[in-house]
Design a protein around this ligand. Sequence first.
Ligand code: SF4
Ligand code: SF4
Ligand code: FES
Length: 424
Amino acid sequence: MKTPREIKLTIDGKEITALEGSNLVTVAQQNGIFIPSLCYYDHIDPPLGTCRVCTCNIDGKTGPACMAKVKEGMEVEIEQEALNDLRQAIVEMIFAEGNHFCPSCDKSGNCDLQHMGYEMGMTHSRFPHLFKEQLIDFGPKRMIIEHNRCVRCLRCVEEVKTKDGHRVFSFCNRGNKAMIGIDYEKEAELTETEALNAMDLCPTGAILVRGQNALPFGDRRFDLKSVVKTPSLVKEEEKKQQHLEKKTIATISLAGCFGCHMSMLDIDLGLVDLIELVDFNKSPLTDIKSFTKRCDIGLIEGGCCNSENLEVLREFRQKCDILVAVGECSIWGGLPAMRNMIPLEECLEEAYLNSITTEDGEYIVPYHEDLPKILDKVYACNEVVKIDYFIPGCPPSANHIWKAVKNLLWGEQYSVLYPEFKYD
Ligand code: SF4
Ligand code: SF4
Ligand code: FES
């Protein structure tokens, strides 16, 4: 067999030496250059090329880096505004298509998809979440297959095999009905170690092994990252127009748990400094129930699950110059949106009629004209009104919230440490 020769290529203008024919993503990694990737797994050759998260420019053409083999004179561009945006849009679509409730996911902190979101500085998805009803398959002997989280990368189809070489997973259906199938008999032939390897191989939390709980904080694969690049929310030219006069803030909790408000209070004595800079108007923090003036900024916790939430949110949009969605529930529905995959009628029956706490003869779904009407699903705030900025987290840390607010109000420098930005 011919020994591969050394060649030279450039990645974002940096000259690199590599063995001809090596995979571009691996070559970049070996040289400390990060190309986002999700389905790529260096043991699988030819690569799967199913996710397109690794899209970059190769010799003037846009395409997946994981499908490219390096050659003499190759010119690769990764860091370009349009390419960054395109890759982020792909990750946003993956999130919007699945049902990803990270705070309740065993893979959180070990998940490649979640990590991609963080690395790209994704704050929200610009695509509407589909909330498709998906199967959670408890049929296999050792595994649980959580189709809500499967990104159909096909790693499992390609790699997970029994000792005699039979595939355990398969790819079924087409289009938006496509899904991963599992052969229960073949799965039962896997050893515990092989099942655990399949769980590790999956880039998301779609393959779980019974009895294996989530790892504690600090022991997870992506816990050690230290810094995230966070772009300034306010552009330089806008900063010049900022004044340092006292500003007015309003806050509200819609369909949320008040965790984001608790987090706002977490700056402890920092609140005393903040009071010098801002007046709080309508807010659970002040117990002021109605707006007494127009506000510079409104912070919204929670999504919209009932008619009152809609009214309040619309009022905030009218009365606040800048509206910020704080926390996952306001950004896309968060944990309350777990009900979005189930018809409302079934949710109400489960809560009020079939509940173990329902008294005999008290089978009533509460209804009164004074009670807010429950909506068919939980809506993200930006599905109802225009949201200017998003601060992700469940909840976002106090430092993250106030750094973002100070940046928006006075153009103060804004950068957050990775642990402040990360919330899983
Ligand atoms: S698989 Fe789990 S941790 Fe990963 S993005 Fe989905 S819900 Fe979040
Ligand atoms: S189960 Fe996991 S490894 Fe298999 S296709 Fe889905 S995301 Fe990929
Ligand atoms: S990592 Fe390249 S297409 Fe998925």
